[in-house]
Write a protein that binds this ligand. Sequence first.
Ligand SMILES: CC(C)(COP(=O)(O)OP(=O)(O)OC[C@H]1O[C@@H](n2cnc3c(N)ncnc32)[C@H](O)[C@@H]1OP(=O)(O)O)[C@@H](O)C(=O)NCCC(=O)NCCS
Length: 152
Amino acid sequence: MKIRNAQPWDLAQIVQIEGLCFPEETAFPPRMFSYLIRYAVSLVACEPDKKVLGFIMGYNSGKAGAVYTLDVHPGYRRKGIGSRLLASLEERLALLGAQAIRLEAALDRPEAVELYRKAGYQERELVRNYYGRGNHAVRMWKNLDVSVCLTM
Ligand SMILES: CC(C)(COP(=O)(O)OP(=O)(O)OC[C@H]1O[C@@H](n2cnc3c(N)ncnc32)[C@H](O)[C@@H]1OP(=O)(O)O)[C@@H](O)C(=O)NCCC(=O)NCCS
């Protein structure tokens, strides 16, 4: 498995995985992924035959970075792919100048909150109705060790 930049031809597989991870009402639409592949920091975890196993998308603005979304194909979970994608995105955002990274995780996805906690993110605030009425999120932050990134 390797992690590389997402490319326009990954779109169909990304949309398919999103459909396996989220109900239609909350899934990102294909045009949003198309935009993020082009303009955000978008990485995919894939096999040598180009099968996409998971993806992560984020962006950087000055000293702050953010994670937009992280999905791993249901057939490939608990193998460390989500954690590796997150670590790769952090490296990329740090190289772009991020000193801290923010994300929102749905409260009804405790496995995601646990992954982020394990990666060093701390819960800062509850964001009510972030994913629509009654679907709350927790906002989490992690300060990056910038000195590590500067030696990479
Ligand atoms: C959340 C998600 C990305 C995790 O991906 P993954 O590749 O399975 O994660 P990892 O294997 O790197 O797991 C890292 C740690 O997170 C925690 N974790 C992950 N899945 C878990 C689960 N189902 N239950 C409990 N803890 C879990 C564990 O602490 C795990 O470490 P361990 O396996 O050594 O115990 C994946 O479940 C997913 O795509 N879910 C649907 C989309 C989603 O909810 N995305 C997050 C949006 S906020």
